[in-house]
Design a protein around this ligand. Structure first.
Ligand code: SAH
Ligand code: SF4
Length: 359
């Protein structure tokens, strides 16, 4: 493992501190950010506005290391799933979804997830590790620059593997780089952090960075939510709704939250459930995104019929909620929501990577 400091995951502020420590002027941070995140250059020798002695020094004490693309799969609809290997050997997945003028990247913040939502393949896999900020921003770098890619990512969603608010600092540091106009320059509307409801960190979010927030609600009463989103036992619905309200208030009610609601046949898809959702969200400025359950091996849940999905949606629309239905993309390469499992387990003591068939 490299002992050199990986500069890939440092925001401009952190890079300024790094350069100050080595007695270089602060503006080097901006120069380096541009080389790495605007031009896709990782080789210090190509950074022509750095003199030779600085390049040598940087090579000696630091590195610019991206995670390894282990494999990529392209679906007929243009969705690309990347299997990425971290320095530890763990595997994560990210998904690139082209859509008209947009190109959305769904990234991972953890390898696996500890929260064990009953409908999620990542949760079924268990928790492996947190990603560092360079492993998080590295995913966006790969999507933009890998193999001289000519495609530019326009939107990033933290909806891949893991719970982003349980890996708070690295996620914030990476999001700062995403927003930086000398890096990717994505506006707050184009970066979405999705959380299953880590209440104390939702409260911290607006104090640290201004990005869009999505809440994975999935059930509007504690009994059901305790069962399907077990973190609800720790942070029940009342506290979650209160922190949503506080979040909106911190922006003087000029923002909206996305509420994600997965629809699972006979579990949370009745009109009674829709009525509960509508009542619960009556004081929250939000739009609701309904996600029909995507199946994965080992799960006994099913997706409701199209008719049932539309009845649920129409009910919420009639109550005045902007309600959208997420269409499934990349299903044939298992790249759809909740199907991300890393699919390979980490190599142990020189053993070869093996397929993770049990999921
Ligand atoms: N941990 C975070 C972000 C990753 S999950 C969270 O839970 O919000 C991203 C989204 O995928 C969540 O809304 C999650 O509920 C949804 N999802 C998980 N499993 C799914 C499945 N099997 N089918 C459809 N959506 C799923
Ligand atoms: Fe973790 Fe999100 Fe999956 Fe729940 S839905 S297990 S929080 S990744």
């Amino acid at each position: 493992m490299s002992q050199k400091k990986n500069l890939l995951g440092l925001s401009q502020d952190s890079l300024e501190k790094f350069f100050q420590k080595i007695n270089e002027p602060k503006f080097r941070a901006k120069q380096l950010t541009k080389w790495v995140h605007q031009k896709g250059i990782l080789d210090f020798d190509q950074m022509t506005d750095f003199n030779i002695s600085l390049r040598e020094k940087l090579k000696e004490i630091s590195s610019l290391q991206i995670p390894k693309v282990y494999k990529s799969f392209e679906s007929k609809d243009g969705t690309i799933k990347y299997l990425i290997q971290l320095e530890s050997g763990s595997m994560i997945e990210m998904v690139e979804i082209p859509d008209k003028k947009r190109r959305t990247l769904c990234i991972s913040s953890q390898a696996g997830c500890a929260l064990q939502c009953t409908f999620c393949a990542t949760g079924a896999q268990g928790f492996d590790q947190n990603l560092s900020s360079d492993e998080i921003i590295g995913q966006l770098w790969i999507s933009n620059f890998y193999k001289n890619n000519k495609k530019t990512i326009t939107n990033v969603v933290f909806m891949g593997m893991g719970e982003p608010l349980l890996n708070f600092e690295p996620v914030i540091e990476a999001a700062k780089i995403m927003k930086d106009q000398f890096a990717y320059g994505l506006s707050r509307k184009r970066i979405t952090i999705s959380t299953s409801g880590i209440v104390p960190n939702i409260d911290q979010l607006s104090k640290n960075i201004d990005v869009s927030l999505a809440i994975s609600l999935h059930a509007a009463d504690d009994k059901l939510r305790d069962e399907i989103v077990p973190i609800n036992k720790k942070y029940p619905i009342k506290s979650l709704i209160e922190s949503c309200r506080n979040y909106l208030m911190s922006y003087e009610n000029k923002r909206s939250i996305t509420i994600e609601y997965i629809l699972i046949k006979d579990i949370n898809d009745s009109l009674k459930d829709a009525a509960k959702v509508s009542k619960l969200l009556s004081n929250i400025t939000c739009k609701i995104n309904l996600i029909p359950f995507n199946s994965f091996k080992g799960s006994s849940y099913e997706k409701p019929s199209n008719n049932k999905i539309h009845v649920f949606k129409d009910f919420l629309m009639n109550k005045g909620f902007i309600t959208t239905l997420r269409t499934t993309r990349g299903d044939e390469v298992s790249a759809a929501c909740g199907q991300l499992v890393g699919n390979l387990v980490r190599p142990v003591k020189g053993k070869k990577l093996i397929s993770h068939k049990s999921l």
